[in-house]
Design a protein around this ligand. Structure first.
Ligand SMILES: Cc1ncc(C[n+]2csc(CCOP(=O)(O)OP(=O)(O)O)c2C)c(N)n1
Ligand SMILES: [Mg+2]
Length: 378
């Protein structure tokens, strides 16, 4: 096979790998798996559906706001709602999350202020939200770096006695998100080694959307990503990333064993992002239309909607009320974005060190004098 042919073969056209945990088919039918089952309630199902719909709306608003010139950049998540919501719903309040730059659904579920996230992409904040209160660390743009932070944080939780405690209300673990492309980074592989060596309570959650911008998964690995975990010494599981039930069940299992002191795990959520990498990207330059169409039929929200409707767990009135909630939420997101104010640039000097240094004091004075030399002084 030519080089081009070999690439083309594995460019996101891999269909339904058989070694993948699935509990809800793309047609919305429940199926059983020998190792994993889902034990939630009907309310849990409705809540996860609602969170996926709200996350998609947030994402669409983010994309539109960028197109209107209100944001500098936006990384869309459309297609990854089940991976994110399923994972987030498997966490407890003590668990801590290290995201990439795209886990908007997880952020919303953890209570991050939607406006704070917009401010980051508008460039009017240094990216500070309530990381302690939400258990959701700041977004990181340096690919893979968060996995080392996550592993270090998990080692700290171990030292603080938050792992393997007989009282289950005491334990916590870390969920570290990264992408398929990130799995090739040195930082990420070092994080795997540290996590394994110290048996740290960290679960690596890889959203394999089969692309790292324009690089196909065939450039990152010659074996399914989840199989790599074995080489590092911890379990790896591939889950249907568009199946919120399977993602939730597998993440709950991995997090609980980490909390109990059984060490790290690797989850490969096999999925596909329908839109662009970011609003600066044009995937039509490198992805086939057939591929995107194929994955559209596996829409994570649609399959749960079909399941809920068919089983009488929601009806038209319920869906209508949710649509209204999403509309109101969308309007509030737009208003919050329009209400963001430009920061005082002096703040940049204050946020570099805990105690501002004499050279920075001088630079700040120079900067303030320069800014005030303009009409309006801004
Ligand atoms: C260290 C580093 N190298 C390169 C980049 C540029 N970059 C931004 S996103 C990206 C691709 C990441 O792909 P993947 O890990 O699969 O994440 P995805 O966005 O597909 O979820 C690259 C190369 C970066 N931000 N950081
Ligand atoms: Mg990717």
């Amino acid at each position: 096979m030519s080089q081009l042919g070999a690439d083309h073969h594995s460019r996101g056209l891999e269909r339904d790998p058989s070694d993948m945990v699935q509990l809800l088919t793309p047609e919305g039918e429940r199926v059983e798996h020998p190792d994993f089952s889902w034990h939630g309630t009907e309310d849990d199902l409705r809540r996860m559906y609602r969170d996926m719909v709200i996350a998609r709306r947030y994402d669409l608003e983010g994309t539109a706001l960028q197109r209107h010139g209100e944001l500098g950049l936006w990384p869309p998540l459309q297609g990854q709602e089940a991976a994110q919501v399923g994972a987030s719903h498997a966490l407890n309040d003590r668990d801590y999350i290290f995201p990439t730059y795209r886990e908007h659904a997880v952020a919303l579920h953890r209570g991050v202020d939607p406006a704070d996230m917009l401010a980051l992409w508008r460039g009017t904040t240094m990216g500070v939200w309530d990381t302690k209160g939400t258990g959701f660390f700041q977004y990181g743009i340096v690919i893979g770096s968060q996995t080392l932070h996550a592993t270090g944080y998990a080692m700290g939780m171990q030292l603080d006695g938050m792992v393997g405690n007989p009282d289950p209300d005491h334990n916590g673990a870390v969920l570290a998100f990264h992408g398929d492309g990130a799995s090739s980074q040195g930082d990420v592989n070092e994080a795997y080694v540290f996590a394994a060596s110290y048996n740290s309570p960290v679960v690596f959650f890889c959203q394999n959307n089969q692309w790292a911008i324009s690089e196909p998964i065939s450039r990152q690995t010659r074996i399914p990503l989840y199989q790599r975990a074995q080489g590092f010494g911890f379990p790896g599981i591939r889950v249907d990333g568009n199946d919120v039930l399977a993602v939730n069940a597998v993440t709950a299992w991995a997090m609980e064993r980490a909390r109990q002191g059984q060490g790290p795990a690797f989850i490969e959520a096999f999925t596909y992002r329908m839109g662009a990498h970011t609003t600066s990207d044009d995937p039509s330059k490198y992805r086939l239309a057939e591929e995107t169409e194929h994955w559209r039929l596996k829409d994570p929200i649609e399959r749960l909607r079909v399941h809920l409707t068919r089983n009488g767990l929601i009806d038209d009135d319920w869906l209508h009320a949710l649509e209204q909630e999403a509309d109101e939420f969308g309007a509030s997101v737009r208003a919050a974005c329009h209400g963001l104010t430009n920061p005082d640039l002096e703040q940049i000097f204050a946020q570099t060190y805990a105690d501002i240094t004499p050279p920075l004091v001088a630079q700040r004075a120079e900067h303030v004098a320069w800014v005030s030399s303009f009409e309006g002084g801004k």
